[in-house]
Design a protein around this ligand. Structure first.
Ligand code: SF4
Length: 182
């Protein structure tokens, strides 16, 4: 029987390798785009459109979270001054993966996973550990992947160029905007 997965898509370029790879492995994939961490709103809209383009290209449906930047800011309150990769990012991953787990349960998916581990700038072990904990607290299975392995990141750069996907030059939040890492 086909295994069902809710895949947290942090942005279209980062989804451009995981989605086709999972589909070719036989998974039934539904995407989930969170987005409330992204600042400003016109940047959010740009990234959302790119996710929609990628989902349509891959032939998957994608759940779009409500854009609630104030809620995200409240969630990371007190961590604003943390460096990128620190405690604010840990909380941000948690907020995104919790939202994904809610949607996975609603959609009746058995598994969840994230595209976040394709980025060379992100702590893949931490992301997989958080994902595992959040998935099991919702009665879901976590699919552990480190997408940047086997040239995953380079492949994503190539794939997003071929598909003409918008590629941002900062992670997403107002605090990362001037740091230039994606
Ligand atoms: S830098 Fe990226 S992962 Fe970290 S808090 Fe900002 S949006 Fe979230």
């Amino acid at each position: 029987m086909q295994r069902t997965m809710m895949l947290h898509i942090c942005c279209a370029p980062d989804g451009s390798v995981p989605i086709p790879d999972l589909l070719s492995e036989g998974w039934k994939v539904t995407g989930f785009f969170y987005g409330s961490n992204i600042h400003p709103q016109d940047e959010y809209i740009r990234r959302l459109e790119a996710v929609r383009t990628l989902a349509a290209h891959c032939g998957i449906s994608c759940v779009i979270g409500h854009y609630e930047p104030d809620e995200w800011l409240a969630g990371v309150k007190g961590l604003e001054a943390e460096p990128e990769g620190g405690m604010r990012c840990r909380k941000c991953f948690t907020l995104q993966l919790e939202a994904c787990a809610h949607e996975a349960v609603k959609a009746g998916c058995e598994y969840m996973c994230t595209t976040l581990t394709i980025s060379p700038h992100k702590n893949a072990d931490l992301i997989n550990a958080l994902g595992q904990e959040i998935a099991s607290s919702h009665g879901l299975n976590w699919e552990t992947r480190i997408w940047r392995k086997k040239d995953g990141f380079l492949r994503s750069v190539r794939a997003s160029r071929e598909l003409g996907l918008y590629r941002q030059n900062y992670c997403g939040c107002v605090f990362s905007k001037n740091q230039g890492k994606a």
